[in-house]
Design a protein around this ligand. Structure first.
Ligand SMILES: Nc1ncnc2c1ncn2[C@@H]1O[C@H](COP(=O)(O)OP(=O)(O)O)[C@@H](O)[C@H]1O
Ligand SMILES: N[C@@H](CC(=O)OP(=O)(O)O)C(=O)O
Length: 425
């Protein structure tokens, strides 16, 4: 049994769907599960639709829906010359669910509404891809991931019930996979009451890992628009190197610090079952990519993770007492309460500093509450670079024209919060 995952970029146009179909056909695997995300940037668009609906902006919601439909039907017309092919109806029916919602004023909880709307992106993409695979004579079965990935009802960030999920996959998905290739959705799940949930943005990699773990698959292959895991995001760094082999441990560390090539929750279920993860390029399907296994050697090159739009928050007790466990636990509770994730932190005797992503509303609410007991200072517009397997050379390279505001080092990892001086007039 093998699992393939294709993300939004690999199914963003008729041409890219034809390309992914060629990859699937070439693989000629009997026991193959294909996990697919929404096409291109459709989740962002559906997110906007959901926000407009929740804020009762019906014209904007309808406008977004028209754009989403036009995009998918444009692709359908390119892939299927026969406009009476049943897939046109199947896709229309999926959109009817959103149309019904828009007929009424939003009254349910926003996160619940969000999941019911945004999940349609994955439903539609898998309907289109499976119809196209059949069209090119690749026998596949479409399966609804909501029947297998069983979650609680924490909408937008649902938690997987592993026992129920594993039982459903073993009892009901495995028999399907013995008959043909199965196409299913990433990112979405279902509650015990059959309501749709989502696993958190970019969660399809994680879905694929859940399926692979519950099927005890031979491997999981994630097809991306890059040649594999590189030692830095090519969107930020010019000279990047492919990492041919990576340990689960380093992969967890890199994704935890923000390497967005793989969703951070993906690795652990695979590591638990010792299932290899391959990250390969759908643009160059013959190239080897990256193999992630229980390898016992460190990364061959230093790796860089870059985050912009950081806020450095420094917290001081008002009475100049020490920062001790008691204050820290209160401070952490407030970060947890306001759902602000700490990217890096450092404490001294009388201050505690953290860098976090700049989400204006959350940060202002957090600072307001922190300010009741503490003096709080903050700087915005900063960058955070994390270097795994750093040395002085690599630090010097990334800090040219930067003012360092915070530097935290452990044995293998160095994190630097800095201000770009070249953009200051
Ligand atoms: N270390 C890294 N190696 C390779 N790609 C990276 C790395 N860090 C970030 N990326 C980014 O991850 C992107 C691929 O992930 P993503 O866009 O989430 O794919 P998909 O949505 O198709 O699953 C690449 O285009 C690249 O910009
Ligand atoms: N479509 C969802 C889930 C996902 O993981 O997508 P992708 O595989 O394109 O990152 C999102 O954009 O959040």
């Amino acid at each position: 049994m093998e699992v393939y995952k294709f993300g939004g970029a690999s199914v963003s146009s008729a041409k890219s769907i034809q390309n992914m179909a060629a990859i699937v056909k070439n693989a000629a695997k009997d026991h193959l599960l294909i996990v697919i995300s929404a096409m291109g940037k459709m989740t962002n668009k559906l997110e906007e639709l959901s926000n407009s609906y929740i804020s009762n902006d019906s014209p904007a919601a309808h406008q977004h829906l028209d754009e989403v439909k036009a995009y998918h039907f444009g692709i359908l017309h390119e892939l299927f010359s026969n406009p009476h092919h049943p897939v046109f109806n199947e896709v229309s029916n999926a959109f009817v669910e959103i149309e019904w919602l828009l007929e009424e004023q939003a009254s349910d909880a926003p996160d619940y509404i969000y999941d019911q709307i945004v999940s349609i992106g994955e439903i539609v993409s898998t309907k289109i891809v499976s119809a196209y695979l059949k069209e090119v004579e690749c026998e596949v079965t479409w399966a609804d991931a909501r029947n297998y990935i069983q979650t609680d009802n924490s909408y937008r960030e649902a938690l997987v019930d592993w026992d129920r999920t594993s039982a459903e996959i073993q009892q009901h998905l495995l028999p399907l996979l013995k008959k043909s290739i199965v196409v299913t959705q990433g990112f979405i799940g279902g509650t015990s009451e059959n309501f749709t949930t989502t696993l958190g943005r970019e969660g399809s990699d994680y879905s694929a890992a859940i399926f692979a773990a519950c099927l005890d698959a031979k491997s999981l292959t994630i097809w991306k628009d890059v040649p594999g895991v590189l030692n830095a995001d090519p969107k930020w760094f010019n000279e990047t190197e492919r990492i041919p082999q990576l340990s689960y441990h380093d992969a967890i560390e890199l994704t935890y610090y923000g390497a967005t090539v793989i969703h951070p929750k993906t690795i652990k279920p695979l590591q638990n079952r010792n299932i290899p993860l391959y990250v390969r390029s759908f643009l160059d399907a013959l190239s080897p990519g990256t193999e992630i296994t229980a390898l016992n050697s460190p990364l061959p090159v230093p790796s860089f993770i870059f985050k912009v739009n950081q806020v450095l928050i420094s917290i001081f007790p008002k009475d100049f007492s020490f920062i001790i466990e008691e204050n820290l636990s209160g401070i952490f509770n407030l970060f947890h309460k306001h759902k602000v994730k700490v990217n890096t932190m450092l404490n001294s005797a009388i201050s505690f500093s953290v860098s976090v992503d700049h989400d204006e509303k959350k940060i202002q609410d957090l600072i307001a509450e922190l300010s009741v007991h503490y003096k709080v200072k903050y700087n915005t517009g900063l960058e955070l670079v994390t270097i795994r397997y750093y040395n002085q050379d690599t630090i010097d390279r990334v800090t040219v024209d930067k003012q360092i505001l915070l530097e935290v080092k452990s044995r293998h990892t160095c994190q630097i919060v800095m201000k770009d001086l070249s953009t200051i007039e």
